[in-house]
Design a protein around this ligand. Structure first.
Ligand code: ADP
Ligand code: MG
Length: 306
């Protein structure tokens, strides 16, 4: 049997089920939660970006350095925790030193903005340039927001706009001029840590949108044992006119946050900038999208390797 027959998430499930010990807060959330000190918990996430898969060969080095760390900061933000310590592993072709220095300047610039220290890593030679960042965050014990806490009747919210990164990527690939804001969202995403901390006391469940809005909502459904219904007309779509809305729903790499919060907090959440109510948590299982009260038939939920 080939990996593609079980898919990316099927493979992760197999790896998880092969472990001898079952851990709470281990594989399956944006970060692992490590219960180590009396009053604090550690959040750990690791992500790899590969040349030719996640970024093109001549991608701007400075922005790539920022993005390499940003995708991990986004995972810590999805737990509403504070990112603190990073490890950076780079596999390099015999590239221009200037490119690597610009990459590191970008990496350090984002690290400084979020108060993150680079503590170590690994450097190896490879035929393909790839970057792996491991990021450790910290939170008060039991306070980080998980994917599995959504409750029936919660409202579902999203930060920012959906689809800009996908539109930016398409514009680069298809050599379409303009759409600079979208290209920037794709090449230099900005993690929504500020928003995460603003909604932390209200959110029952949260995830960052890395695979696509629908796919990531489905992850909340899977771990919370609920269904999510999204109203297409309420989604704050990117205004790029050359991309289908359905493609934006599954496009991925938005690095926005989706969270579920009880209705009683609706007024408090209305006062917070950059968030939009897009749907509701229901009984059942799975993600559905409605328009004018009719359910749409969505073919693809999101991006999967394999
Ligand atoms: P994210 O998009 O938030 O980075 P992923 O979809 O990559 O999350 O991974 C989902 C979950 O599976 C995470 O908890 C991640 O740590 C875990 N995971 C992914 N790949 C592996 C692996 N090879 N071994 C163990 N756990 C994995
Ligand atoms: Mg994530």
């Amino acid at each position: 049997m080939k990996i593609s027959e079980v898919g990316e998430f099927g493979l992760i499930e197999i790896i998880k089920n092969m472990a001898n010990r079952k851990l709470v807060g281990g594989i399956g959330d944006d970060c692992a939660v490590i219960d180590i000190a009396k009053e604090k918990e550690l959040l750990v996430t690791t992500d790899t970006l590969v040349e030719g898969v996640h970024f093109l060969k001549d991608t701007d080095a400075y922005k790539l350095g920022r993005k390499s760390l940003a995708v991990s900061v986004s995972d810590v933000a999805a737990m509403a925790a504070l990112p603190r310590w990073a490890f950076l592993s780079i596999s390099l072709r015999d590239m221009e030193l200037g490119y690597v220095k610009a990459f590191m300047e970008g990496f350090y610039s984002l690290a400084d903005e979020f108060g993150i220290d680079l503590l170590g890593g690994d450097t190896t030679k490879s035929s393909v340039f790839s970057v792996t960042v491991t990021l450790i965050g910290v939170d008060d014990k039991g306070k980080s927001v998980k994917r599995g806490g959504a409750k029936v009747k919660d409202n579902v919210y999203v930060t920012g706009k959906i689809g800009c990164s996908y539109a930016g990527f398409e514009a680069v690939i298809k050599k379409i001029d303009g759409y600079e804001e979208c290209k920037e969202r794709h090449n230099n995403p900005y993690p929504r840590l500020k928003e995460a901390l603003s909604v932390k006391n209200y959110a029952n469940a949260m995830i960052d949108v890395s695979d696509g809005l629908l796919q990531d909502c489905l992850h909340i459904c899977e771990l919370s044992g609920v269904a999510i219904e999204i109203d297409l007309d309420k989604i704050p779509f990117c205004d790029a006119d050359f991309v289908d809305k359905e493609e934006m729903l599954s496009g991925g790499e938005d690095y926005e946050l989706v969270f579920c919060a009880p209705k009683e907090y609706e007024n408090a959440l209305n006062d917070i900038d950059n968030i939009t109510k897009i749907g509701e948590v229901k009984e059942g299982f799975g993600v559905s999208v409605i328009k004018n009260s009719k359910q749409l038939n969505i073919k693809r939920l999101g991006f999967k390797h394999f």
